[in-house]
Write a protein that binds this ligand. Structure first.
Ligand code: DSN
Length: 433
């Protein structure tokens, strides 16, 4: 990408942007929640929609001058609804954490109970980890995997917890779980107790859009949150998708399932957020169009095929993976069991060879979060630059050789750079234009 004004007006910032573009171009990104947006998404993100305040929803704003903001937000909403088969979409949440909090505050009263996946078994911080504000306001109880070797959720225990505690929300979703969920089972349990079935699909929204993984809304979930920047390959941001039609958000409706979309709109604004970031919404609209193409369906299939190949090769080399493999885009590698090194050591070692992933706790980890027993890695970004199965084998071999100190980081770094330069990122290097 060419920059003509920034290098002159603020060379300090320009040098940092350029440095990041070199890091992304020459390094191998395996953090499973990261990806590379297209140049079209980047251009939309850099538009003058950033100048505009637009509190409210299309057609019902608190400020004037909304001709194009109404158009762009309606376009993003309609594309989101079509792509995910939702009746209603709110594209204003600034992040996944905000989106989840908006759903909690739309449906729950302080002290109400939510049944969610245990953080240590793959759930997410925003699903009520004790350090969060949500955990102060609501009562979170936990379900887990029945067997960490297969990854199967303990659905019988989940049902028993639901019947005993009568949660108002049953939450399906994860950020460190390498398998798929049985959404119909979640819905059946939620129906027994009249709970809202909520899915947080941040990690796999792109795979759902591509038709590679099941869509919770189609299985009967009431509401689904997602970020827009992971497998979905859009800008940072989030959406809340639901069943049912929204009414006038200016009037407080009764807390019924039929009113859920209106309750959500009111929870986003004025409940928890102010003005939406319209430049971000413009870029989300572009990403949603890209995600509705046959090329994106192929991308989703390739992400999962690559992850399965990477997992298979790591296991062939003697590595221990949580659930013994993957069914989605991510892999949980137990580095203590595989190499006798904690996740932080492996993260640092691989980074010195140009490979980025993140340290992560493994289920029921005896080690602390800053030095946990494993790492989390995945294929969304590597697949966006066109890497295929043979590259996955090579990457697994590098990881194992580095971890076992059979290869020098500076040597691997050169090979990583070569592979990466042969498969450029969508926007490539930042240069003066
Ligand atoms: N930070 C994201 C992840 O890495 O999974 C989720 O919030």
């Amino acid at each position: 990408m060419k920059y003509s004004v920034l290098p002159i007006s603020d060379p300090e910032v320009y040098e940092m942007v350029k440095g990041e573009s070199i890091r992304e171009s020459e390094g191998l990104e395996l953090i499973p929640s990261e990806n590379y947006v297209s140049e079209a998404v980047l251009e939309a993100l850099g538009t003058l929609f950033t100048n505009k305040y637009a509190e409210g929803t299309p057609g019902r704003r608190y400020y004037g001058g909304q001709t194009y903001t109404d158009q762009i937000e309606s376009l993003a909403i309609n594309r989101a609804k079509a792509l995910f088969g939702a009746d209603h979409a709110n594209v204003q949440p600034l992040s996944g954490a905000a989106a989840n909090l908006c759903v909690y505050s739309a449906w729950l009263d302080v002290g109400d109970t939510v049944l969610a996946m245990d953080l240590g078994h793959g759930g997410h911080l925003t699903h009520g980890a004790p350090v969060t504000f949500a955990a102060k306001a609501f009562n979170f109880i936990r379900y887990k995997m029945k067997d960490i070797h297969t990854g199967e959720i303990d659905y019988d225990h989940l049902e028993a917890l639901a019947l005993e505690h009568k949660p108002k929300i049953i939450l399906a979703g994860f950020s460190a779980y390498p398998r798929d969920l049985d959404y119909k089972r979640f819905v059946a349990i939620a129906e027994k107790i009249g709970a809202v079935a909520m899915a947080d699909m941040a990690h796999i929204a792109g795979l759902i859009a591509a038709g590679v993984l099941a869509n919770p809304l189609k299985a009967g979930f009431h509401v689904m949150t997602t970020t827009t920047h992971k497998t979905l390959r859009g800008p940072r941001g989030a959406m809340i998708l639901s069943r049912g039609i929204a009414g006038n958000p200016l009037k407080a409706p009764e807390k019924t399932l039929a009113n859920l979309p209106t309750l959500i709109d009111r929870a986003v604004f004025p409940g928890l957020q102010g003005g939406p970031h319209m430049h971000q919404i413009a870029a989300i609209a572009v990403a949603l169009k890209e995600a509705s193409t046959p090329a994106f369906q192929q991308y989703g299939a390739d992400v999962v095929a690559n992850a399965k190949q990477l997992a298979a090769r790591l296991m062939e080399k003697g590595c221990e993976l949580v659930t013994n493999g993957t069914s989605n885009h991510l892999i949980m590698l137990n580095t203590m069991a595989s190499f006798g090194k904690n996740g932080a050591e492996i993260q640092e070692l691989l980074e010195s060879a140009g490979i980025t992933l993140n340290k992560n706790a493994v289920p029921d980890d005896p080690l602390p979060p800053f030095k946990p027993s494993g790492v989390r890695l995945g294929t969304p970004a590597a697949t966006s630059r066109g890497l295929k199965a043979a590259h996955m084998d090579q990457i697994a071999d590098w990881i194992v050789a580095l971890a076992r100190q059979e290869a020098a980081p500076e040597d691997v770094r050169k090979l990583v750079r070569q592979m990466c330069l042969a498969h450029p990122t969508p926007s490539g290097l930042v240069e003066r234009g």
